[in-house]
Design a protein around this ligand. Structure first.
Ligand SMILES: Cc1cc2nc3c(=O)[nH]c(=O)nc-3n(C[C@H](O)[C@H](O)[C@H](O)COP(=O)(O)OP(=O)(O)OC[C@H]3O[C@@H](n4cnc5c(N)ncnc54)[C@H](O)[C@@H]3O)c2cc1C
Length: 477
């Protein structure tokens, strides 16, 4: 590992010289992009090899499964990497209008649909990540070290000064990489809590919401028919089974089935069809019934949402921050993780602008970092709590203060069955375009009350446009 020996990134005209990002997945890549504006050099350390093709990789086993980049996440990605969406479309991603091309059956009803102008891109996770990685690699002051594993922190007193690394698969001696800032983006398995304990710092308290979810996914041939530019999601109580179908590059459908706790999941293609048929509505099954499967059935088990409360620590080392799933990994059925990573990158950018103006990173940068990202994580975390605590297995752990919120959100959900306005507002909030407070605004409350009285929601848009063409009546076959 001579690469590191004697490397000196210090350049006097930059107050900030070298940042090291641990983990080169979505959170690490977004962070590296932002850091590259403020540090003379950024090094990403990733234990997997480089992407030869946009295919699932070992370090990100969730890559086989449906990944939705929410609208706000896409907007940030395009701001950080101009032209990214166009590149993804050229590579086969499919643009969908949330209110028109996306049908969502939730808790016994279809959400009202109308053309709301809220667009998102549908593609495989590996396509998204590999294209972002390609753009980051092209940045002049970013180096990506692949096949390199982080072995531990370098520390001096109360400061993290870099990391020790080894080449993956070799027993070579560890090398040292020094840095002014270490950014841990190694995902759910992050070693930072353990490092803190080893260095004599307190470990962050952990919150676990133990809604275990099993994912099973398979790709199918989709064909080039434009009428297949649509997606469908079946979810919500009382059913404990979810199903999702999205068009992805390569003229494929990516179909995901999700079951909670110990629901027996399909292991082969035959079981897969049977499980799809058992969903609350037949639409997804009917879409894939006659399609040719293109992959084996892939599985993933998620052990529950996990949040490390770094913001509650009284003592933190200087020179180390944590982001992405390493701080909080959310129940993936709500599709929030990548967008939260993007929002965190945006916050990091703002903090680095201020740091630069102040002439460098202040000693309490890490403490301020965890406080700054807390509201974003809170917003996503609350969404997880409201939904997951409906599960009877978690009933005894349900916090009392959550009940009024669950009651109200239940009525919001019902309103979305009747009112396009309610659906649109709901979509804007879950896409991080509007703050959650918008769900409690006067117009939304009016929709909720009307839905409670069995009214139509009084929404002319929803009356003019057919709310939803049942997917099976518009099938291309
Ligand atoms: C089944 C599933 C479905 C999901 N669906 C969605 C979705 O629809 N929408 C959404 O926004 N999010 C979704 N997520 C969440 C999303 O995958 C993550 O939030 C997102 O990848 C950001 O995670 P991350 O970059 O922090 O960590 P990860 O993606 O886990 O990446 C961590 C990286 O660190 C590397 N690494 C780890 N340890 C080391 C080490 N010691 N040395 C070197 N490198 C190391 C790994 O190889 C990897 O590249 C889903 C998650 C799962 C599990």
């Amino acid at each position: 590992m001579r690469y590191f020996a004697g490397t000196n990134f210090r350049m006097s005209r930059y107050p900030l010289s070298h940042a090291v990002v641990l983990g080169g997945s979505i959170a690490g890549l977004f962070a590296a992009r932002v850091l590259s504006d403020h540090f003379a050099h950024v090094t990403i350390i990733e234990r997997d090899g480089p992407f030869p093709a946009p295919e699932p990789r070992k370090g990100v086993p969730q890559g086989n499964h449906v990944h939705v980049l929410l609208a706000r996440g896409r907007m940030i990605a395009d701001a950080l990497l101009p032209g990214l969406s166009d590149e993804l479309l050229t590579l086969g991603a499919v643009q969908l209008n949330a209110g028109r091309d996306f049908a969502w059956h939730y808790a016994g009803g279809w959400r009202a649909q109308h053309d709301d102008g809220l667009v998102f891109l549908s593609m495989s996770r590996p396509l998204l990540e590999s294209q972002i990685a390609k753009r980051i690699r092209a940045l002049a002051n970013v180096t990506v070290l692949n096949d390199v594993r982080i072995a531990g922190p370098l520390s001096g007193g109360s400061r993290i000064t870099g990391v020790r690394v080894t080449q993956t698969g070799r027993s070579a001696q560890a090398s040292e990489v020094e840095a002014d800032l270490v950014v841990d983006a190694t995902g759910r398995g992050s070693a930072t809590p353990q490092w803190l304990a080893e260095l004599g710092f307190p470990e962050p308290p952990r919150d676990l919401v133990g809604a275990r979810v099993a994912y099973t996914s398979c790709t199918f041939h989709r064909g080039r028919d434009r009428s297949n530019h649509r997606a469908l999601l079946v979810s919500g109580k009382p059913s404990r089974r979810n199903g999702v179908i999205f068009p992805i590059e390569g003229d494929r459908w990516l179909v995901g089935l999700q079951g909670f706790f110990d629901d027996p999941m399909p292991r082969d293609r035959e079981d897969f069809q049977a499980y799809a048929r058992s969903l609350a509505v037949p639409d997804l099954y009917e879409m894939i019934r006659d399609c040719e499967p293109l992959s084996e059935v892939k599985q993933y088990r998620f052990a529950g949402s996990l949040r490390h409360r770094y913001e509650q620590l009284s003592r933190l080392p200087e020179g180390l921050i944590v982001l992405g799933d390493a701080v909080c990994s959310f129940n993936p059925v709500y599709g929030q993780g990548m967008t939260v990573s993007a929002l965190e990158a945006e916050i990091l950018g703002g903090m680095l602008v201020r740091a630069k103006a102040e002439g460098g990173l202040s000693p309490d940068f890490a403490r301020r970092w965890f406080k700054s990202i807390e509201p974003v994580i809170d917003a996503a975390w609350t969404g997880v709590l409201v939904e997951d605590f409906w599960l009877p297995e978690l009933a005894e752990q349900r916090p009392l203060h959550l009940r009024p919120m669950q009651w109200y959100m239940d009525h919001v959900q019902r309103a979305t069955h009747r009112s396009a306005l309610a659906t649109n507002q709901f979509y804007r909030v879950i896409n991080f375009l509007d703050p959650p407070a918008k769900l409690f605004g006067p117009r939304m409350i009016a929709e909720v009350i009307l839905a409670g009285f069995g009214g139509s929601g009084g929404n002319s848009a929803s009356q003019k446009t057919p709310l939803r063409q049942p997917i099976h009546t518009s099938r291309a076959d």
